[in-house]
Design a protein around this ligand. Structure first.
Ligand code: PGA
Length: 235
């Protein structure tokens, strides 16, 4: 399993340092990826997890104030990067065209892109989930080679489940993940890893883990508690 923790905009520097000390005390059977706030990337250099970034610039280099490039991320030891998290799509108007650019630069820098996708509640209720995911994947993954596609991970995150406490049933997740994998096989002849994200918590973690075709989880608020994560990953 691949467990990705998205810290979003949390922790002071001191809190990040003590979190890192706790999380790096143990080695984990699952592959653990931590995506701290951008300014703390160099504080997370432990051996028992991999480093992820929450974002990357759509540009390769140059005059882009406030941005960080894939090459810079690589030089900080980053091996994974979230692309198109729903908060970035909503607050920073990220579209598939820029996500496509981001994915290309990340792959060039040897960083694994984790493309985040998901439908709103209205779209789910109107049976539009598959249409939305299809449109998004087709545009975000345009013009990538077979070799490049093989390196991409999908995080299926229904927007209505992120930070809300509402979680789809295991059956709903299983069916959507199955559909995503089928879509990839048909269109790209690649079987991607698919993670689930959205309100994963202490209570539902073990049940969600029983979904047969899930390759891991993208976790927000639960991931802020280092000791809880340690305990869950030991189970
Ligand atoms: P959550 O966040 O686990 O707090 O719902 C998930 C995410 O934003 O990826």
């Amino acid at each position: 399993m691949l467990i990705v923790l998205n810290h979003k905009m949390n922790f002071t520097k001191e809190e990040a340092i003590s979190y890192e000390k706790v999380i790096n005390q143990k080695s984990y059977h699952d592959e653990l990826v931590i995506c701290p706030s951008m300014g703390y990337l160099s504080l997370f250099q432990g051996k028992n997890y991999r480093l992820g970034s929450q974002n990357v610039s759509q540009y390769e280099q140059g005059s882009h104030t406030g941005e960080i490039s894939s090459t810079q991320l690589r030089s900080l030891g980053v091996s994974y990067c979230l692309v198109g998290h729903s908060e970035r799509r909503k607050e920073y108007f990220e579209d598939s065209l820029s996500l496509n650019q981001k994915i290309k630069w990340l792959l060039k820098s040897n960083i694994t892109p984790i493309l985040c996708l998901g439908e709103t509640l209205e779209e789910r209720q109107s049976n539009l989930t598959e249409d939305i995911l299809k449109k998004d994947m087709t545009m975000s993954l345009a013009n990538l080679s077979h070799q490049e596609l093989e390196k991409i991970i999908i995080a299926y995150e229904p927007i209505w489940a992120i930070g809300t406490g509402s979680v789809p049933t295991n059956e709903m997740i299983e069916n959507t993940v199955k559909w995503i994998k089928h879509f990839w096989c048909e269109n790209y002849q690649v079987q991607p890893k698919v993670l689930y994200g959205g309100s994963v918590n202490k209570q539902n973690y073990l049940t969600l883990k029983t979904i047969p075709n899930i390759d891991g989880f993208l976790i927000g608020s639960l991931g802020l508690q280092a000791e809880t994560i340690q305990t869950l990953l030991e189970q």
